[in-house]
Ligand binder design. Structure first.
Ligand code: F6P
Length: 480
């Protein structure tokens, strides 16, 4: 597929590399990373002329010089370049500014955000370290594509070093409304950092609107049709709802391993209806709200007892951050309460797993699930909702989707819920479990068609073409 890059190299820059270090005693290896960005972009990066710059997820102090060399060599074979972080940087930059300041703020949990100078210092320092790594790797003609909230300062740092470079930026999480964003003590620096890019992409039009509004009110730059004039430079801002590798998920259903796993799971749940809850264990995902809704559902509709099971898969995430540990305890407790309250000697209403799942098991779970219950309180996109729909070859299965997830803008045929409204979620579960089959098929076919068309490669191509067009427009403006 033409991606609009015409054989030029793309440097993908993100905090986390698609491979993370695994340390087994003395042995070092690398394994695929979890998370939407790494898995989502993997197919693009593998089949195009890409080099990926990022953090391999280990502390450089523990690895030591020899370990870092070994890891760098393993990554080089996979076209990846590591930016190593030590324990202090991981604490202050990743756990600190990224995941205790920006993440909660951008997801409207501003009362959980912390404003530590030391984290801000670390954030700037790590962004500079990324800049140095990219400048070392950069060759004229390369396209630089920076991803996500960990690297909001990087576009401007790069622009200073490489004034003519083509730089794109894509934000994978929401961009909050001005009233929330303005709380950030370093709001000017963050906006100026982003405006170093030629093209800035967001998942939804609302995020674009919030961003341009903040730029206008904080920096005073006006915008017309998504074009911002910052002094003498033009920066384009646009919507690119991230797609999935549709063929990978849809095709996996025919994989003998997946079929076997699905058959085994179906037998295990003994003909019961399956509701699936699958996310990183993150407070933005609304997992406690989901559990409470399921609890109320069983109370309200006792006829479903013993006839339904909620499978909760929570992937461990950011465990050094206090909010994530608190959430873990809360989810553990709620699962225990629901099981104690409704369970029988033969039936546990909730199956709870705190682990990373192999791809085959995940697809098999999508396959056997009657309902996917996605109740994010705020979510940039939510690719899981899309993956679930892609695996439904027979068109059977219902997606219950939070209106607070970016994906809701594209998946209007799902049962859309407000995750703060427990009654509505209970009603949605009932509607999902009683939806006529022809209606399920009708809704899924529409969504599948859309997801097939806006495949992840299409998304990347769209972004690249728009980036190229922005460069052309800048040159025209310079010449005029
Ligand atoms: O979706 C936002 C995001 O930060 C992605 O960039 C990443 O893939 C995912 O969450 C997982 O986050 P982390 O890298 O902190 O494990």
């Amino acid at each position: 597929m033409d991606t609009g890059t015409e054989g030029r190299r793309t440097l993908i820059i993100s905090n986390r590399l698609p491979y993370s270090v695994r340390q087994d005693g003395e042995n070092l290896s690398v394994e695929p990373s979890v998370g939407g960005l790494a898995t989502g972009l993997a197919s693009y990066y593998q089949d195009h002329n890409c080099v990926w710059v990022g953090w391999p997820g280990a502390d450089s102090g523990t690895l030591g010089e020899k370990g870092m060399e070994e890891v760098a060599a393993m990554l080089e074979e996979r076209a990846c370049i590591p930016v190593f972080l030590d324990a202090d940087e991981i604490g202050a930059y990743y756990d600190g500014f990224c995941n205790s300041t920006i993440w909660p703020l951008f997801h409207y949990f501003h009362t959980s955000s912390t404003w530590e100078n030391v984290s801000w210092e670390a954030y700037q320092q790590v962004n500079r370290a990324f800049c140095e790594a990219v400048v070392r790797e950069y060759r004229p003609g390369d396209i630089i594509w920076v991803h996500d909230y960990h690297l909001l300062l990087l576009p401007a740092l790069l622009r200073r070093e490489l004034p003519r470079a083509t730089i794109g930026f894509f934000n994978h999480i929401p961009f909050p409304s001005y009233e929330i964003f303005r709380i950030l003590p370093w709001r000017r620096e963050i906006l100026e950092g982003l405006l170093g890019a030629d093209l800035i992409g967001f998942h939804t039009y609302d995020y674009v609107r919030h961003f341009t509004d903040s730029v206008r009110r904080i920096l005073g730059y006006q915008h017309t049709s998504g074009e911002i004039l910052t002094g003498n430079r033009l920066v384009k801002v646009d919507t690119f709802p991230m797609g999935i590798d549709y063929t990978r998920y849809s095709g996996a259903v025919d994989d003998p391993g997946v079929r076997e796993e699905a058959a085994r799971l179906r037998e295990k749940y003994g003909g019961r209806r399956v509701i699936l809850s699958f996310d990183r264990l993150d407070y933005t995902k609304g997992i406690p709200q989901r559990l409470r809704a399921f609890d109320l559902f069983l109370q309200r509709y006792p006829e479903y007892r013993d006839g339904v099971v909620l499978i909760v898969v929570a992937v461990p995430s950011r465990t050094a951050v206090r909010e994530y540990r608190t959430l873990k305890r809360q989810v553990d407790r709620l699962v225990g309460e629901i099981t104690g309250k409704h369970g029988t000697i033969d039936w546990a209403p909730v199956r709870y797993l705190y682990d990373v799942l192999p791809f085959e098991t995940l697809v098999a779970l999508y396959q056997i699930a009657d309902v996917a219950f996605v109740t994010s309180l705020r979510d940039g996109m939510n690719l899981m909702a899309k993956e679930f729909v892609a695996t439904k070859h027979d068109g059977l299965g219902v997606l219950v989707l939070s209106e607070m997830a970016g994906a809701a803008a594209e998946l209007g045929e799902a049962i859309i819920v407000n995750p703060f409204n427990t009654e509505e979620m209970v009603g949605a579960l009932k509607d999902a479990l009683t939806m006529p089959e022809n209606e399920q098929v009708r809704r899924n076919r529409w969504m599948q068609e859309r997801l097939r068309r806006y495949h992840i490669l299409h998304w990347a191509r769209d972004f690249m073409q728009r980036l190229k067009a922005t460069k052309t427009r800048q040159r025209e403006l310079e010449a005029s």
